[in-house]
Write a protein that binds this ligand. Structure first.
Ligand code: PSU
Ligand code: MN
Length: 307
């Protein structure tokens, strides 16, 4: 007989203790581990990001569904097993209940991680890049569930903007429609992952973790949903915009020619970019997520100080 489904979240000891003591917590996703970066850089980066968050005075809560159980805080062996596994499901909002009912394992996307962070009452979440509106979405209607999740779940997502594998202008339009604040951290420009400036302005700017935390506290108190805190990649780590843009355009054309669709597109493009840039895109990806981890920890600490 199939066991009964797990109806609530299971926290690691570290996460449970932090919740009891009201210490600042930072959620982390796992799709980046299973679909965003190759082994072993994926596991090394995940462990490093957790260490940066601890050094910043907060507690990391890496999210996944393991054998049907929604989890906040993974052990090192669990992280390594996920990072080495192939064929793990990519879990967005709509996949969570199906995976849990089947006692299956899934790596959570930004949307899926936000849902679990909401269940654990964790206010801050650090990742690399958000999903968004895909190029050609006026025909395909391929718009990441990350954007609608931001409108309903009160979590502040620290990211380096979105990759230009997406249509950045349309992504910002949908975030506006969904009522999602987009805050530039120390910048008036919306960042585009590998480059600090996408060519689009941000609707609002903050210049300190405290300022970001104040906006997030009000979003949460008023039930207004989440927000995006867009943290530009440090100048020393940024890639040359035109060169990376050309590789992205080529890779997207190949994806289309090979019939790659839906949730398979982002993982396909990330793996191909890494291969075609000789690891440059991966190095930039690692640098920016580390940078986001220290900002995320600082925002979580500032938010805890407001309570
Ligand atoms: N963008 C990146 N790296 C990633 C992702 C997006 O630069 O790893 C992952 C995130 O987990 C994000 C998901 O939530 O892809 C979006 O997938 P989709 O486009 O299928 O919604
Ligand atoms: Mn999609």
């Amino acid at each position: 007989m199939t066991p009964k489904p797990a109806l609530s979240l299971t926290c690691s000891e570290e996460v449970a203790a932090a919740r009891r003591e009201g210490r600042p917590l930072v959620a982390l996703e796992t799709t980046i581990l299973t679909h965003g970066m190759p082994w072993p850089a994926n596991v090394e980066t995940a462990l490093e990001v957790e260490a940066i968050i601890r050094a910043g005075g907060a507690v990391p809560a890496t999210m996944a569904i393991l054998e049907g159980v929604p989890r906040a805080g993974l052990t090192r062996p669990e992280l390594e097993a996920l990072g080495r596994a192939t064929g793990v499901a990519k879990a967005s909002r709509r996949d969570l209940a199906v995976l849990a009912a089947r006692r299956a394992t899934g790596a959570t996307t930004v949307a899926g991680t936000m849902v679990l962070a909401g269940m654990a009452n964790i206010a801050v979440f650090v990742t690399g890049g958000l999903g968004g509106v895909h190029r050609g979405a006026t025909r395909s209607l391929d718009i990441s569930a990350d954007l609608t999740e931001l409108s309903r779940t009160p979590v502040g997502v620290v990211c380096a903007g979105v990759k230009s594998i997406l249509d950045i202008g349309l992504t910002l339009e949908v975030l506006e429609t969904q009522g999602v604040p987009v805050l530039g951290y120390g910048t008036d420009r919306f960042p585009a992952f590998y480059v600090a400036d996408s060519g689009h302005a941000v609707p609002a700017r903050v210049d300190s973790p405290e300022e970001a935390a104040r906006v997030l506290a009000i979003q949460r108190a008023w039930g207004l949903g989440g927000l995006v805190l867009a943290n530009p990649i440090p100048a020393a780590e940024a890639l040359a915009g035109e060169a990376i843009e050309a590789v992205i355009a080529e890779t997207l054309a190949d994806a289309e020619a090979q019939g790659v669709r839906g949730k398979a597109i982002t993982p396909f493009v990330l793996a191909e970019l890494n291969r075609r840039t000789d690891g440059q895109s991966l190095r930039a990806n690692i640098a920016l997520i580390r940078h986001n981890a220290s900002l995320g920890a600082a925002v979580a600490v500032a938010l805890a100080a407001l309570r």
